[in-house]
Structures are given as C-alpha cells and as structure tokens.
Design a protein around this ligand. Structure first.
Ligand code: S3P
Length: 437
C-alpha cells in the first residue's frame, strides 16, 4: 500500500486520535497477571497491541473485546500464565517483545518469541543481560530474536544501571522484579516514559520512584483495575505538525491526549521552534494526565535541539525532522543514536526521504543537521516504518506537488485510522494498492 498526498488546505477542526500504544500494551500485560478484572477503554486496536493481546490469550488469559476499543481482561494472577502451545509472534512490536521477555523470565515454563523482519533485526541484548543476571536463561540469535526464554521463580533481585535510556528495558526489569526475591532497583541515565510505574502503582504494587531511580518489591500480586487510555501523543504529533505547517490560517483541537511529562518533549521542541500549541482542559485519566491540545498554524524557526529532551520525545524525531525541514534556517539534532535501532534506522530513513523531496540534510552518527527549505514533489520510501511513513505524509501536505510514500502498511501497527484522521483536517491523502491482512 502507498500513500499519495497532494498539497492541502488544512481547515479548522476538532479531532480524536487513537489510544496510547505504550499504555495499551501495559494494560494487557499487567491486567493479565493481576487478580480479577481489568477493563480497558480507549484501547489502541492496532497491530502491535493486538500482537500482545494474542500472546496473553495464548498463555491462558481470557480476554474479551466487546467493542474495538474496549477490552476486558480476566487476570490469572502472578502465577496463572500457562505455557503457550507454539512460539509467540509479536509482529513489528519492540515493546511487546522486550516487556514480554521480562514477564516470561519469571515463569516456570519456556517460551519462544519471534516477530517480523524489522523486529528480528532489533537488539535484544539490552534485555537479555539484566534478565540473565536475575536468573532467566535466554537464548538468541547473537542478541537478535527469536528469543527462547526459560523462566525461573523466584528470580534474584538486582540493582541495575541501564546503559541506554529505555522505557522498554526498564519495564522488562520491573516486570521480572515482580517475580524476584527482594527489591529490584533500576536506574536510568535519563528519565523515560513511566507508564509501567504508574500502572503498577494503580494495581496496588509497592513501587518507589525517585528521579531516574525506581525500586519494586518482589513476590507481590497485582489487583485488576479500570484503565482509561488517553489518546496517543505520538499519533497526535502528525496532526499537530500538519496544522502548524498549514499555509492557510487553521486551528485544530485534538481531544483527550496523554500529556504525561515523560512524553511531552515534542511539544516543548515544537514550541521552542515557534509552534503555537496550547494545552486546555487538563485532567486525569486514572494516573495519567490528559489535555485537549489546541494548535494554530505558525511559522517555524530552526533550533539546536536540547539533547536533554531526546528521551522525552524519542518516537517523535521522524516528525521533528519534517518540522525542521519546513522551518526557516537550520535545526541540529544530536544524541539520537537510538533512532538507528527503531523500526528502521530512522536517521537514515528521514535523511534519504527528505533529500528525495529536495531538502539538504547532513547526517552524522548520532544526529543530523536539517537545512530548512521547501518540499518538492517526489516518491519517498518508508522503509516499512510506520512513523517514517506518517511523517512524510505531513511533508506531502505542504509540498509543491504530489508526494508518494511507498510501502505504508506498517501504519496499521500504531494508527490504523491515519488517513481518515488526516483527511478530516483537510489533508488530501489517498491510500492505493493492497493493505496487508
Ligand atoms: C516504548 C518505549 C520507547 C519507544 C517505543 C515505546 C514503550 O522505546 O520508542 O515506541 O512503550 O516502552 P525505548 O524504551 O526502547 O526507547
């Protein structure tokens, strides 16, 4: 499937984007090992979270989906999971694989985890190392999936300093920590998204957070709870940028978006570039802060982006590269080497695609300098990466002619309604060819 995006006139609108991917995964996993019922509303029914749903079901958790975005998980308790009858295929999802590896490390059975071509090329040693130290036996293909995990109970608690800032690795160690004897401590080099910590606390776990250090007591059970999933700021980011770049005066409101401070780096960066973005109607969905986001078309200016914001905007760099390309002057991104091991090498994917649209980019190992300009018509590869595909769709909306984005089926992993949502604000986007089943 390809997207064809034509120069567009974004109009005033109020829109919703789907539920948060990180929170939807966690609600399924934590709800599955909690006692009792976890009711999830606003669930993201994208391919990644459905892979987690399939994996939890395959391990004996009964899960109902009375509506596309409403899920009821009948938790089996800390020790209630059963060995699945076959390998668990987690598709494209790094979050599913890394968090699941933590969860499976504490089980008294063995499991094999695998995934698609992108996922089986992503580094897993970062979870294998701490989980092996805790007592799990994990075999891999030289640090890459498939992973064969032989769990153990109880695991040994560890005091672990993460070598890279990663919420996935932190969460994997915390999930294993539930099955450890003693107190497990994780310290991060930079604060990352804390949805696991917040949900564990909401489910009754004794967990302490102090800056970048988290500690959790082992051998404690969780209680099922109600989870209302906020809209995903990472998906909202595409609507935000399309509105900021609009050539006409446009104002768009995105409803009930998660604004957890460990996720809002993208708003800070776009505001520092001159973006008119305001948060309204701030409130709570359980333990997570949400707001309606009001965006007005703006003139953006290039910036040297503060590397301290990287872990708070880790998934938004593809769209920020497009913002930089449309801004006046140069934007310098540094400290973003982690982007090279996401669903694609996102520094290379964005540099290649931007050059195809006439933008000058100097790429270096852990960043890039993007020289602002204007996008010409052209064809851009997505490299099978959902966020790369959606970012270039935003570029297409302000290009001088049609932009074709190739191989966009992966958009279904995180934002299945992307083209409908962009159309609703006036972006002229057509999906052509087969969508994957
Ligand atoms: C996620 C954490 C981030 C992010 C990913 C989702 C999560 O990965 O890129 O899309 O849900 O924990 P890292 O923690 O590896 O940076």
């Amino acid at each position: 499937m390809n997207f064809i995006v034509e120069p567009s006139a974004v109009r005033n609108a109020t829109v919703s984007v789907p539920g948060d991917k990180s929170i939807s995964h966690r609600a399924l996993m934590l709800g599955g090992i909690a006692k009792g019922r976890t009711e999830i509303s606003g669930f993201l029914a994208g391919e990644d979270c459905l892979a987690t749903l399939g994996a939890m079901s395959a391990m004996g958790v009964s899960i109902e989906q009375p509506e596309v975005t409403r899920i009821v998980v009948h938790g089996v308790g800390l020790h209630g999971l059963r060995a699945p009858s076959a390998a668990l295929n987690l598709g494209n999802s790094g979050t599913a694989m890394r968090l699941m590896t933590g969860l499976l490390s504490g089980q008294s059975f063995s499991t094999v985890l695998t995934g698609d071509a992108s996922l089986t090329a992503r580094p897993m040693q970062r979870v294998i190392s701490p989980l092996s130290e805790m007592g799990a036996i994990i075999e891999s293909n030289s640090g890459l999936p498939p992973l064969s995990i032989t769990g153990r109970f109880p695991l040994s608690a560890i005091d672990y300093l993460l070598p890279v800032a990663s919420a996935q690795v932190k969460s994997a160690v915390l999930l294993a920590g539930l099955y450890a004897r003693g107190t497990t401590i994780v310290t991060e080099p930079a604060v990352t998204r804390d949805h696991t910590e917040r949900m564990l606390a909401a489910m009754g776990a004794a967990i302490e957070v102090s800056g970048a250090r988290v500690s959790i007591d082992g051998e404690q059970g969780l209680k099922g709870c109600q989870v209302t999933v906020p809209a995903d700021l990472s998906s909202a980011a595409f609507v935000i940028l399309a509105t900021l770049l609009a050539k006409t005066d446009a104002e768009v409101v995105i409803k009930s978006v998660g604004v957890n401070p460990t996720r809002t780096g993208v708003i800070d960066i776009l505001q520092s570039m001159g973006g008119d973005i305001g948060l309204e109607n701030q409130r709570w969905f359980g333990q997570e802060p949400v707001a309606d986001i009001r965006v007005r078309s703006s003139v953006l200016h290039g910036r040297v982006v503060d590397p301290a914001l990287v872990s708070l905007a880790i998934d938004e760099f593809p769209v920020l590269f497009v913002a930089a390309a449309a801004a006046n002057g140069q934007t310098v991104f540094s400290g973003i080497a982690e982007l090279r091991v996401k669903e694609s090498d996102r520094i290379a994917s964005m540099a290649t695609g931007l050059r195809a649209l006439g933008i000058e980019v100097d790429e270096f190992e852990d960043g890039a300098t993007v020289h602002g300009g204007s996008f010409c018509a052209g064809t851009v590869p997505s490299n099978g990466d959902h966020r790369v595909a959606m970012s270039f769709a935003v570029a297409g909306s302000v290009a001088t002619g049609a932009v074709t984005i190739a191989d966009v089926a992966a958009v279904n992993t995180s934002f299945p309604e992307f083209s409908e949502c962009m159309s609703s604000i006036g972006v002229s986007i057509t999906a052509t060819g087969e969508s994957r089943q």
